[in-house]
Design a protein around this ligand. Structure first.
Ligand code: GLU
Length: 464
């Protein structure tokens, strides 16, 4: 049987880290098994669903590169299918009309609570052989209920949590269509999983309580019940529920915050899944390795340091042209226009080893294209009246050499020696003048990249 998995987000917010991991695992499982991955937007909660959230989910999936073979399907566009299926169940007697009024149900609930009983439907309209149903009230539009089995258990071997068994006696006759005829959440999921031929349902374990009901309905429809894998929650690094501070933000926020998609994907892959002690791998490798047997049933903890570490790795490994495009965009956001000289690729080659974040990388290389005003304290500390003449001499010598890091280094060494100084005594003022800062890679390499003209012009500003 061909593997068919799906990601079925409700568009009530961003695609956050938890949702992205669910999508990634479903996607990878389909890829690994040569199957299909389906995107289904569960937008039936009209009050909470928004078009912006749909777009945010699509954008997030696209950024991560989680391509789907079918969809996106929108549940709101499938109402006819659900209604047909409701009729099929009504005809088969696996669902029935219930005319109990709201008031009646409320009274029932209260009396059950008073007796210390679990509130549940009393089965008044449930057809049974030999039972005479009450007369149909004229003023009530009925809901449709699923005729849940009353005995036995519903059980499944969860691919993450192991065997789960629920007594049918615990389950109510679920409302599957409201009085206005609209189908309810669990019913839509069941019809879709059935019609779309889903073979593995991989989803968050906040849905584990829905599963026994869904299995019973699938069986009533004569469907092959899919396998279920319920993924545990993702907790913050402090063991608390994931909050905005920890990563319960849109995956796109990671892009904005300076993360490469490769790092985010690699990080998410390891969030609750492992392959021996492999930590760094690309998505091709992941799709070859991924299985549902190595998902941990315990909650995974979010770890920003590890994500940063992976980001540093992927920044080092990135194709330099792709990296340059990304950084150029970030520089534009900092109001810095990249010019042809120095070549951004060359600048990044020098800088990318030193960072774990793209925004940081962009702001560290910005001075090549727009010199920031140096901090006054740095100017006072390093550009002393004693050192400026030394820099002037150096600047004159630099004007007539071949512009290579080695030649520049040799000239700096020469003035250092002539004036019996320590190297930093010259290097620091050079940094302040050329970068506006006191930290940079080796100053001769920076100067080589800046180019002779720009270097001399920047020095000149402090020498007149
Ligand atoms: N729409 C549900 C959610 O966003 C997922 C339902 C499912 O995967 O079965 O939580």
């Amino acid at each position: 049987m061909t593997v068919r998995t799906r990601f079925a987000p409700s568009p009530t917010g961003f695609l956050h880290i938890g949702g992205a991991r669910t999508a990634l695992f479903s996607w990878a499982y389909a890829k690994k098994n040569g199957g299909q991955f389906i995107l289904r937007i569960e937008d039936t909660d009209l009050e909470r669903s928004t078009p912006e959230a749909v777009q945010a989910i699509l954008d997030g999936m696209q950024w991560l590169g989680l391509d789907y073979d079918e969809g996106p399907f929108y549940q709101m566009q499938r109402m006819e299918t659900y209604k047909k299926m409701l009729q099929t169940m009504l005809d088969a007697g696996t669902a029935y009309y219930c005319y109990s009024s709201k008031e009646e149900l409320e009274a029932l609930r209260e009396s059950q609570m008073q007796q210390g009983l679990k509130p549940r439907y009393d089965g008044k309209w449930r057809p049974e052989s030999g039972k005479t149903l009450p007369a149909i009230p004229v003023d009530i539009s009925p809901v449709v209920r699923f005729r849940n089995p009353q005995t036995g258990v519903v059980a499944w071997d969860d691919l993450v949590k192991g065997r789960i068994e629920i007594a049918n006696a615990e389950l109510d006759d679920l409302i599957i269509a409201r009085a206005d005829g609209t189908p309810t959440y669990n019913f839509c999921v069941v019809v879709d999983d059935f019609e779309m031929g889903i073979t593995q349902v991989i989803r968050g374990d906040d849905h584990v309580n829905n599963t026994p009901r869904q299995i019973n309905m699938l069986k009533a429809l004569g469907a092959t019940v899919p396998q279920y894998a319920h993924l545990s929650m993702i907790l913050g690094g402090d063991g608390q529920k994931l909050s905005k501070r920890h990563g319960a933000v849109s995956v796109m926020q990671y892009h904005e915050d300076g993360y490469l998609r490769e790092a985010v994907l690699n990080y998410l892959s390891r969030l609750g899944w492992s392959h021996g002690d492999a930590e760094v791998f690309n998505m091709q490798q992941f799709c070859e390795w991924f299985d549902l047997d190595h998902i941990t049933p315990s909650a995974a903890q979010f770890n920003t340091e590890k994500l940063n570490w992976l980001n540093a790795h992927y920044i080092k490994e990135a194709n330099i042209d792709v990296l340059a495009l990304d950084i150029a965009t970030r520089l534009t956001k900092l109001n810095v226009e990249v010019s042809l000289q120095p070549k951004l690729q060359d600048v990044l080659a020098l800088y990318r080893e030193r960072t774990n974040n793209l925004n940081q990388l962009a702001s560290e290389v910005a001075y090549f294209y727009a010199l920031p005003k140096a901090n006054l304290a740095d100017v006072e500390k390093h550009l002393t009246p004693e050192i400026l003449p030394v820099i002037r001499t150096l600047s004159e010598k630099l004007g007539i050499i071949d512009w290579t890091a080695e030649a520049i280094h040799a000239e700096i060494n020469a003035v250092v020696a002539e004036n019996q100084l320590k190297f930093p005594k010259v290097a620091m003022p050079l940094r302040v003048m050329l970068t506006g800062n006191t930290q940079s890679p080796s100053i001769d390499q920076v100067m080589a990249l800046l180019g002779q003209k720009l270097t001399l012009a920047r020095l000149q500003k402090h020498l007149i």
